[in-house]
Write a protein of this length. Sequence first.
Length: 149
Amino acid sequence: MVPDQWRVAVVDDKGRVERIPYELCVLVALRDALRRREIWVVGANRWRNPEDDLPADFEDNRDVHYAALGQPQDAGEFITALQRKLRTSLERFEQALAEDTTGGVSIVKKHGEPWIRVSPRGKQEEPSRWSPSRARSSDAGAPSTCWTS
C-alpha cells in the first residue's frame, strides 16, 4: 500500500509504521486520486462525481455525443490517434532542435538530468490599436491607466 518512495519515511528500522509520515503518504495519495477523479466528494462542486458531468441522455445517445466531440467511440482508436499525434509532435520538436529553430527552447542538463529550458522572451510591443492614457481618479487622486481602442 505504501509506495517505495515513501517506505523509508513511513517504516522505521524495526518495521513499525511511523504515524505522521504515513498520514502524509495517505493524504498525498488522496490528493492525487481526487485530481485524477478516481474518487470524489459527495456534495462538492469541484471534486464531484465525474459521471454527473455527462448529459442525462448520454448512454442512450452515446454515438451522437461522440460525433459532436469528433471522437471515436473505440478507446483503441482514440489512443492510436493520440499516440500518432504525440509521435508527430515529438518528431517536429526533434527536427526543430537539430535545426536550432525552436525559438529559445533547448535541452540542457541540470543536476545530471535532462531539462527543457525555455529562454525568457523580451518585452512585447503594445498593439498599435491601443493607446494608454493617464486619468486622475476623482476620489483618491491616484493615477490609473485607461485603455482606449
